[in-house]
Ligand binder design. Structure first.
Ligand SMILES: [Zn+2]
Ligand SMILES: [Zn+2]
Length: 284
């Protein structure tokens, strides 16, 4: 039996001797990054959008704004978010390179529950601090138009606005991830489960913050046990009015720096005290 008959397919397939292995690995990691970021976005933003849509009438009285987002606005949020996913995947390559070269130490073997716990908390607290100051910087005259205007085109945000960023903002939003891993890795190898939980929490809180409906209960923002967490009203006010409420997960930085919306509690209570039968208060 001749060579050709033994390997008919292989003999006819073109070979790519000119493609360097590094480029193949780059393409492989890029494709993987796009896939992971896309799944996370669709699960988080899509999941929250689905809940809001399914709950429909049940939560209609908790809609924060009277204005409704137009279909074209949702399409723009989706388009911009898909572009952000590409940018995230490129920045993820940096994280992969840092991990592969051992600069960021990654824990091997089964997850260590204690390490996962403190790393999730550390990542959330660090990310919140970074987001507050980065967000304030993006609101300066020098940077706003170039980097952050795209996100603020959503005056009535929907969950799909979670990643609706201009390229400049997408890069700064993404770079914090390898930076935080570097900090964590100074203390202990990074736990992959901690990263997974942190990123899941990130997209969930992000999408809920843009969901346009306040589902927290009356008294939530003033209660010492819950008032340190941001609400959907908190970020919705940032979109409808700007200038205040720059925080992400916690109200700490806005309170420490005096940037909390002066009527945040009132505006929250105006929505949170509504029931399906008493929708009498004016909405924002
Ligand atoms: Zn902003
Ligand atoms: Zn936003």
């Amino acid at each position: 039996m001749g060579e050709t008959s033994r390997l008919p397919m292989e003999s006819r397939m073109p070979s790519y001797p000119a493609v360097p292995p590094l480029l193949i690995r780059f393409a492989h990691h890029m494709a993987g990054g796009v896939q992971i970021e896309l799944i996370r976005y669709l699960a988080g933003a899509g999941g929250v959008a689905m809940v809001v849509w399914l709950a429909g009438r049940l939560i209609a009285h908790r809609r924060i704004q009277t204005r409704r987002a137009k279909a074209a606005e949702v399409a723009r949020e989706l388009r911009q978010s898909l572009w952000t996913i590409m940018v995230f995947a490129v920045v993820d390559l940096l994280t992969v390179a840092l991990a592969m070269t051992g600069v960021i130490r990654i824990a091997k073997g089964p997850a260590d529950a204690f390490a996962v716990g403190w790393q999730v908390l550390a990542l959330i607290v660090l990310h919140d601090a970074w987001f507050y100051w980065m967000h304030r910087a993006l609101h300066t005259r020098a940077l706003f138009r170039l980097t952050h205007l795209a996100h603020h085109r959503s005056r009535t945000p929907t969950p799909w606005a979670a990643y609706s960023f201009a390229t400049g903002e997408a890069v700064t939003e993404a770079l914090v991830i390898p930076a935080m891993f570097l900090i964590i890795a100074l203390l202990a190898p990074v736990q992959q489960l901690a990263v997974f939980i942190f990123l899941g929490h990130q997209i969930a809180r992000n999408a809920i913050g843009h969901s346009g409906h306040e589902l927290a209960w009356s008294g939530f923002t003033r209660n010492p046990w819950t008032g340190w967490l941001t609400t959907t009203t908190h970020h919705d006010l940032h979109h409808s009015e700007g200038r205040y409420n720059y925080g992400l997960y916690f109200t700490w930085w806005d309170r420490w720096m005096g940037t909390e919306h002066p009527r945040y509690h009132d505006r929250f209570e105006a929505v949170a005290t509504r029931t399906p039968t008493n929708v009498t208060q004016p909405v924002a």
